[in-house]
Ligand binder design. Structure first.
Ligand SMILES: [Cu+2]
Length: 240
């Protein structure tokens, strides 16, 4: 009985996870799609960026880093927020024309958040020419933990299944962090440095839209998408 309860708990926990929760996405032809565009901004004043201490390789890494987990642009725009239109059906998600790239430059992952279609092969570059180490905390996909010495300017990691956020760390430089978002369907976007985003070709209808930020958390908004028109929004996330 006890074993059964435990197994049941594990199954529930798995179902609550992203991969288990997502109903199958249905591909349809979208001929009269609309778009959703706008901004995600911080409610209230922007905090001063936190500083991270550099404890290794200062000749390449520098002395100090700005924490990449909360970047606020002019006007309060929040960079690196993930916006997802919770569409059950829509257009096919095409593979990227080129492999998504995560570089390591001055001991920072660039970009800090990398959004790409599930099934992509990510090119991990090492522009620094020193030892880095790629360590991902995937659960739906196999995690990877591999050294990237200076003679390996590129390694590749395939992320087969939709999963996010996938934490990425370098075990050599503890302050380095990035996030992979392996999207399940085409209706995902990442806000730019000004907090702006745009998602196109959405079938007309009413949707829940999830906004997620690694530091500010998650919020659900509503949006009505109209045929061949843009719906403009200005959303806010509260500071913590
Ligand atoms: Cu490193």
């Amino acid at each position: 009985m006890r074993t059964k309860l435990v197994l049941c708990g594990v199954a529930l926990a798995a179902m609550a996870g992203f991969a288990g929760r997502a109903a199958a996405y249905e591909v349809i032809a979208v001929t009269d799609g609309g778009s959703l565009s706008g901004t995600v901004a911080l409610e209230g004043a922007a905090p001063a960026p936190a500083k991270l201490e550099v404890t290794k390789d200062p000749e390449v890494c520098g002395k100090e880093k700005k924490a990449p987990d909360l970047v606020i642009g002019p006007g309060g725009g929040i960079a690196n927020a993930v916006v997802v239109v919770k569409a059950a059906k829509g257009k096919k998600m095409d593979p990227p024309a080129q492999n998504p790239v995560l570089d390591q430059k001055a001991c920072e992952f660039v970009p800090h958040v990398l959004l790409f279609p599930a099934g992509s092969t990510v090119d991990i570059l090492n522009s620094d020419g020193i030892l880095h180490n790629l360590h991902t905390a995937s659960t739906a996909n196999p995690p990877t933990n591999q050294a990237q010495p200076k003679f390996k300017p590129k390694i590749q990691v395939k992320i087969e299944k939709p999963e996010w956020p996938i934490g990425v760390k370098c075990d050599v430089h503890g302050w380095m962090s990035a996030i992979f978002v392996a999207q399940e369907h085409p209706y995902y976007a990442l806000t730019d440095a000004g907090g702006k985003f745009k998602i196109a070709d959405i079938p007309p209808g009413d949707y829940d839209v999830e906004i997620w930020h690694e530091k500010l958390g998650k919020k659900t908004e509503k949006a009505s998408i109209k045929a061949k028109a843009d719906t403009a929004v200005a959303w806010k996330l509260a500071g913590k």
